[in-house]
Design a protein around this ligand. Structure first.
Ligand SMILES: [Zn+2]
Ligand SMILES: [Zn+2]
Length: 187
């Protein structure tokens, strides 16, 4: 599959590079690239009372960017804090199944939890959230296995507990979905 990464506002370059290479590593036969164009942070998605951005509005906006590319799906990456109305915050959101996903790096930095800065931990969390949201675009739902990347992260502890890869069941689903998309499987 072809994944395009769209920056929404300024985004940590090291994190982007690692997300790009790990998505190619974890998803079979996948090419990933970062778009040159940057989406401005959409002011109308901002909720002044919550001081957060509505991720569903941002997802809708990403949809207009994917149309200009050959990508199968597009992952928006932002450093602003995201929410959906019934939750305090979200690490990310995706259309499931669909073509658009978004993740926020805002709550992935150890400093957010008043822990000392740790680049390795931060980047690992970014990769897990990216793999998770792309999994949703393929139609995968949350997995009950707390070490599977498709486990729902209610807090950063859940993100830290899970791996950046799929459990056996979810891996089989990914292989089946991507396999059914490739033209060779129809021969
Ligand atoms: Zn999820
Ligand atoms: Zn799983």
């Amino acid at each position: 599959m072809r994944i395009a990464i769209l920056r929404i506002g300024a985004v940590d370059t090291g994190a982007l590079k690692k997300i790009e290479s790990e998505l190619e590593e974890i998803y079979p036969e996948t090419e990933c690239s970062v778009l040159n164009e940057i989406m401005p942070i959409p002011a109308d998605a901002y909720n002044h009372a919550r001081r957060q951005f509505h991720s569903t509005h941002i997802l809708a906006r990403i949809n207009s960017y994917i149309k200009q590319t050959q990508a199968d799906c597009m992952l928006g990456v932002t450093e602003v804090d995201l929410y959906v109305p019934h939750l305090n915050f979200v690490f990310g959101e995706a259309s499931c199944p669909g073509k658009t996903a978004v993740i926020s790096l805002f709550r992935l930095k150890p400093e957010f939890y008043e822990h000392p800065a740790n680049r390795e931990v931060f980047i690992e969390r970014c990769v897990k959230e990216a793999v998770h949201e792309i999994g949703h675009t393929l139609g995968l739902r949350h997995c009950k296995n707390p070490t599977c990347v498709m486990f729902f992260s209610n807090s950063i502890l859940d993100t830290d507990r899970k791996r950046k890869t799929f459990c056996e069941n979810c891996h089989a689903k990914v292989a089946r979905i991507l396999g059914s998309r490739s033209p060779e499987s129809h021969i």
